[in-house]
Ligand binder design. Structure first.
Ligand code: KIV
Ligand code: ZN
Length: 400
């Protein structure tokens, strides 16, 4: 199976979004975890943006040995020099140069012509390649770029020596069909450069970032750029855990592999939440608190009989500590019996029926039945059941 490189940009595109900034020590902590997770590339920052970011990129580059460490630069010499300083200590440095290629960006943001853009790409990429063996070029806003001009831009970058070609959906505008077609056409256009790796970089403004990334892989992209918990500009970037798990669960469909150790996904997600103090939404795929929680009685019954009935991913495969059967008003008796057993109480059918009655009353009042509630319910039921015969015999005037 062909290898898809996982390019993690949590420390750059992710960190750029409001509330997610990290200091050097925090970036280092996460970078060590990303190395353990098995990502191929860690984009550690954008060194020209601040001396602190440059220092953080250098610290990550100095310590991480198993992954490539990338730094971002606009297509200008001072940016490239700062990025090169950042990755200078890296065992495997990657220089990442970008320039917008859509007319919208060229005209209104950069205020340069198409031919000026081509000249800038050639100059910056050639300069970068003279100082680093591994250079990625990103055509920012590729998905809204006129296709013929996009081809000219990536051809200029390839001719100048770039070995990775990234076609970002910068504003999360594209659709899976369109994005896949763009990759097929671009690969065909650069057929003279068979060693170039095509890369996808998707934002989630329409909630399509993961679907678009997977479509790019199906169309031959062999690098995907993504972030832990899908953090990133605006609605975020494509989520690393969703892509990695989709490629595993639908292996026979995509026929590619990654180096990600899936069982480290949950710990990595939670480390990022702890560092940034931003929680993962409960319904988030793969790592949300509810991703493996089951409240409906019919679902709980199925899960207890065979988890595959309602789970396509086994929680332990992505490092989630334990599946949760949430006891609420939709829950069934089997889930209740199983939870009581986990708490150390084997119940008779009669006891279970009484517990069930009390638990559903509690669920109506409090939405969820906690373990503490269950313990008080089972004690109440058992106490009542041992006292009831004694009361009956006393009432009948029988002495012990
Ligand atoms: O979204 C984007 O286009 C980017 C580039 C800098 C790669 O983040
Ligand atoms: Zn981006």
């Amino acid at each position: 199976m062909e290898h898809v490189h996982i390019f993690d940009t949590t420390l750059r595109d992710g960190e750029q979004s409001p509330g997610f900034s990290m200091n050097t020590e925090e970036k280092l902590q996460l970078a060590r975890q990303l190395e353990q997770l098995g990502v191929d590339v860690i984009e550690a920052g954008f060194p020209i943006s601040s001396p602190g970011d440059l220092a953080a990129v250098r610290a990550v580059a100095a310590e991480i040995k198993d992954c490539r460490v990338a730094a971002l630069a606009r297509a200008r010499q001072e940016d490239v020099d700062a990025a090169l300083r950042g990755i200078e200590p890296a065992a495997k440095p990657r220089l990442h140069i970008f320039l917008a290629t859509s007319d919208l960006h060229l005209k209104h943001k950069l205020r340069i012509s198409r031919s000026e853009a081509l000249a800038q790409i050639t100059k910056a990429v050639a300069y970068g390649c003279a100082h680093c063996d591994d250079v990625e070029f990103s055509a920012e806003d590729a998905s809204r770029t006129d296709l013929d001009f996009l081809f000219e831009a990536i051809e200029a970058a390839a001719a100048a020596g770039a070995n990775v070609m990234n076609l970002p959906d910068t504003v999360g505008y594209t659709t899976p069909d369109e994005y896949g077609d763009m990759f097929r056409a671009a690969r065909k256009h650069l057929a003279a450069y068979p060693k170039i790796i095509f890369s996808a970089h998707c934002h989630d403004d329409l909630g399509l970032a993961v679907a678009n990334s997977l479509a790019a892989i199906a169309a031959g992209a062999r690098q995907v750029e993504c972030t832990i918990n899908g953090i990133g500009e605006r609605a975020g970037n494509a989520s690393l855990e969703e892509i990695a798990v989709a490629l595993q669960v639908r292996k026979s469909h995509y026929a590619v592999r990654t180096n990600i150790s899936l069982e480290k996904i949950y710990a990595t997600s939670r480390m990022l939440s702890a560092i940034t103090s931003i929680n993962v939404p409960p319904n988030k795929a793969v790592v949300g608190a509810n991703a493996f929680a089951h409240e409906a009685g019919i679902h709980q019954d199925g899960i207890l009989k065979n988890p595959l009935t309602y789970e396509i991913i086994l929680p332990e495969k992505v490092g989630v500590p334990a599946r949760r059967l949430v006891l609420g008003k939709h829950s069934g008796r089997n889930a209740l019996r199983a939870r009581l057993e986990e708490l150390g109480y084997t119940t008779s059918d009669a006891e279970l029926a009484e517990c069930y009655g009390l638990a559903t009353t509690r669920a109506d009042a409090a939405k969820q039945v906690t373990d503490r509630d269950l313990l008080s319910i089972i004690h109440k039921v058992r106490r009542a059941r041992t006292q009831a015969p004694a009361r009956q015999t006393a009432a009948a005037g029988v002495t012990r």
